[in-house]
Design a protein. Structure first.
Length: 114
């Protein structure tokens, strides 16, 4: 949950690049397989090549915003509430939540449980 959606998405790109390009063996990376099934095969190939060549900043820069936002809920209170509802309506019963601190957990709980 953030008021600076663009900066938060940018901050998630290095982590996404790690999962897509640096986890597991190149031919057996669960995260890369998921993004391939989502239609990001070309991006996965580029990110994997860059990441494994040690060019991690370039790998992160190759991640499009949509690749982050299709798998993560990022935004202000209303956007987070709507994102949780979309996943809930699709049948998802559990989400992984990343928070900075206890205050962030509390504010997220208030938005989601509101």
């Amino acid at each position: 949950m953030t008021d600076d959606r663009a900066a938060t998405i940018a901050g998630m790109k290095p982590v996404t690049a790690l999962y897509v390009g640096g986890m597991g063996a190149p031919e057996l990376n669960f995260h890369a397989q998921v993004y391939r099934r989502m239609g990001y095969g070309d991006v996965v190939d580029e990110v994997t090549e860059l990441f494994r060549a040690g060019r991690k900043d370039e790998a992160a820069a190759a991640i499009p915003d949509d690749m982050v936002t299709e798998t993560m809920i990022v935004g202000d209170h209303d956007e987070v509430r709507a994102g949780v509802k979309r996943w809930e309506d699709s049948g998802v019963t559990m989400l992984l939540v990343s928070c900075r601190d206890a205050e962030h957990v509390q504010s997220l709980a208030e938005v989601v449980l509101d």
